[in-house]
Design a protein around this ligand. Structure first.
Ligand code: PMP
Length: 368
């Protein structure tokens, strides 16, 4: 008998695959753990998407448009109406979720001897992109209130000289948004050394920002090294379709083109995203309701004596619990699934419908 198969690469051994629990909704009906939008497409929008997919199905014998020209134009138009200006299709790139967009960025710009950097607590997938792109990973720390200490952040960037700085705004899991001066300062710092660094502002939750918090899209014309990523998974209520995208200097898109797999965006995905963008006002129509529900949830949790992080997103981080797993378990037993993530002692709840939030609050009071 020959050896069966080789072991995993050293750095992959013992690592658990990504896996937010996907529990059966028949058993745990209130699912508030992966920051989805609780309001799906209307029957009319769903029918239009189905029609577009049906048309695409008649030519599925052919590879899709590798350059997804129509989708890039539609995304550029959407971004120009959503905080951006002067964004052209050449400045837009899309992939299967913004997870894939950011992995492609690391594949293009990372590599052995290069550093990617973020500030913890932050999105748990970042170190995984770095690992998969064979890039050294470094995480600085956020302040106690989860904001960025700007001087310390600049010093760390100047010291580590990362090729990519990953900054979610609003941050997951804390909900903290970055002020524009932080983005400007980090872009300037990352442009000041050789070979320079890209500053990626991950606005997966950008549409949920509170009034007065500007999008980093507004800063794109001023910084060649700024990249803004977005997704259709959250505010757009299209997590199942897997569409994420970025806006940046066209040279960033050209670099990603070198590493992307051929025809990475299927014809079905492109048709779905295009149809959804035609229905953007309706799909985004519940964002305001979710913001109101978020602010009410923050207030309620504070009134009940919990510690709560300010949130510009569609989720809230709250604590602190001596044994958060016991609280999480108590909620699951009462039919409510939230997320055990972030610093020890904290839990994260996604904002659902008013009924779902009532179920969450009732279950929480019964549990603690
Ligand atoms: N960035 C952040 C901060 C996220 O929380 C998520 C999803 N949880 C993503 C990116 C990726 O989302 P998607 O791949 O669905 O676009």
């Amino acid at each position: 008998m020959s050896a069966a198969f080789p072991p995993l690469r050293d750095e992959l051994r013992g690592i658990e695959p990504y896996g937010a629990p996907q529990l059966d909704p028949a058993l745990v009906p209130v699912q508030l753990n992966v920051n989805e939008n609780p309001y799906g497409p209307s029957p009319e929008t769903a029918a239009d998407i189905a029609h577009a997919v049906g048309e695409a199905a008649t030519t599925l014998n052919r590879y899709p448009d590798r350059e997804f020209v129509e989708l890039r134009s539609a995304l550029a138009a959407y971004l120009n109406g959503s905080g951006g200006s002067g964004i052209t299709p050449e400045m837009v790139w899309a992939a299967n979720g913004s997870n894939e967009v950011m992995l492609q960025l690391l594949q293009a710009f990372g590599g052995p001897g290069r550093v990617a950097l973020s500030f913890a607590p932050t999105y748990s997938m970042y170190p995984e992109y770095a690992r998969d792109a064979l890039t050294e990973w470094h995480a600085g720390r956020r302040a106690e209130d989860f904001s960025l200490d700007l001087d310390a952040a600049r010093e760390l960037v100047l010291d580590k000289r990362p090729v990519v700085v990953l900054l979610p705004s609003p941050n997951n899991p804390t909900g903290t948004a970055l002020p524009p001066e932080a983005v400007t300062m980090l872009c300037e710092a990352a442009a000041s050394y050789e070979p320079g660094g890209l500053v990626v502002v991950d606005e997966a939750y950008g549409e949920f920002r509170r009034a007065g918090t500007p999008s980093a899209l507004e800063l794109l014309p001023q910084h060649r090294n700024l990249v803004v990523t977005r997704t259709m998974s959250k505010a757009f209520a299209l997590a199942g379709a897997r569409v994420g995208y970025l806006a940046a200097d066209p040279a960033v898109c050209d670099a990603i083109r070198v590493v992307r797999l051929p025809y990475h965006l299927s014809a079905v995905t492109q048709a779905t995203a295009l149809a959804a963008l035609r229905h953007a006002p309706e799909l985004l129509g519940r964002v305001d309701d979710l913001r109101v529900e978020r602010d009410a949830t923050v207030e309620w949790l504070r009134r009940e004596g919990f510690e709560v992080a300010d949130s510009d997103a569609n989720f809230v981080l709250f604590g602190r619990f001596a044994e958060r797993h016991a609280v999480w378990r108590g909620l699951v037993d009462r039919g409510v699934l939230i997320r055990e993530t972030g610093p020890d002692g904290w839990l994260r709840v996604s904002i659902g419908t008013a009924e779902e939030m009532t179920a969450f609050k009732d279950a929480l009071l019964e549990t603690v």
